[in-house]
Design a protein around this ligand. Structure first.
Ligand code: MN
Length: 147
């Protein structure tokens, strides 16, 4: 099962993210600032990092910069989690070495889809899709491709 590191300085947001991730079957580890995030990546070797932008010690842009500079960490998928809702922020974030972007308040389905996109590339682990009527064609297309 995939392990996700939540780097977020707000305790309530960490708790919400943990609940959503555990509900989707992920193992969760946490960091409260940018410095701890970098230490926890080394110590716990997560499969993906959910990275708040506004944090003490090192902000999200600084953290992702350090990750991409480090050959051992450079391939780690990093998803920005931010309340910044201004025009252009999405572009700024995606141009800054992030693999994805989630805006607060966190939407459970967006979170699940983003992690699935980055962690389950082509491996259709979630076969028991309880699709709503008229649901997404992607699941069916995947199922068809894999017979
Ligand atoms: Mn923050």
């Amino acid at each position: 099962m995939s392990k996700v590191l939540i780097a977020e300085d707000n305790a309530a947001n960490r708790e919400l993210l943990r609940e959503l991730l555990e509900m989707h079957g992920y193992t969760v580890v946490e960091a409260c600032d940018g410095g701890e995030a970098l230490r926890m990546i080394e110590q716990t070797q997560p499969d993906l990092l959910l990275l708040d932008i506004g944090m003490p010690v090192l902000d999200g842009f600084a953290v992702v910069g350090k990750i991409r500079e480090n050959p051992r960490l450079a391939q780690l998928p990093v998803v920005a989690v931010t309340a910044y809702a201004m025009q252009g922020d999405r572009e700024k974030i995606l141009n800054a070495n992030f693999d994805g972007y989630l805006s607060k308040p966190i939407n459970s389905q967006s979170l699940a889809e983003e992690l699935d996109r980055l962690l389950n590339k082509g491996t259709d682990q979630d076969v028991s899709q309880s699709q709503a009527p008229g649901g997404q064609p992607s699941g069916k297309a995947r199922a068809a491709r894999e017979g």
